[in-house]
Design a protein around this ligand. Structure first.
Ligand SMILES: [Zn+2]
Length: 68
């Protein structure tokens, strides 16, 4: 994914994909970690359309379906 400089500066950075995933897992919306080509760290994006869902999101949806 191409990242715009301003976009990178405004976004929260994570040192690792695991750290980004931890944050995404507790967020209210579906977020997906991606590696930034500018800062070489990880950001989260809410654009998940057409993207493979991260493992925690699949688990979350499975749990929601089961609880219902
Ligand atoms: Zn960045």
């Amino acid at each position: 994914m191409r990242t715009k400089p301003g976009h990178c500066a405004r976004k929260r950075r994570f040192a690792s994909e695991a750290a980004a995933n931890d944050m995404a897992a507790i967020a209210q919306v579906t977020l997906r970690p991606y590696r930034c080509g500018l800062c070489r760290q990880w950001h989260l994006t809410s654009r998940t359309k057409g993207m493979k869902l991260p493992p925690f999101e699949l688990a979350r949806r499975k749990a929601a379906a089961r609880d219902r």
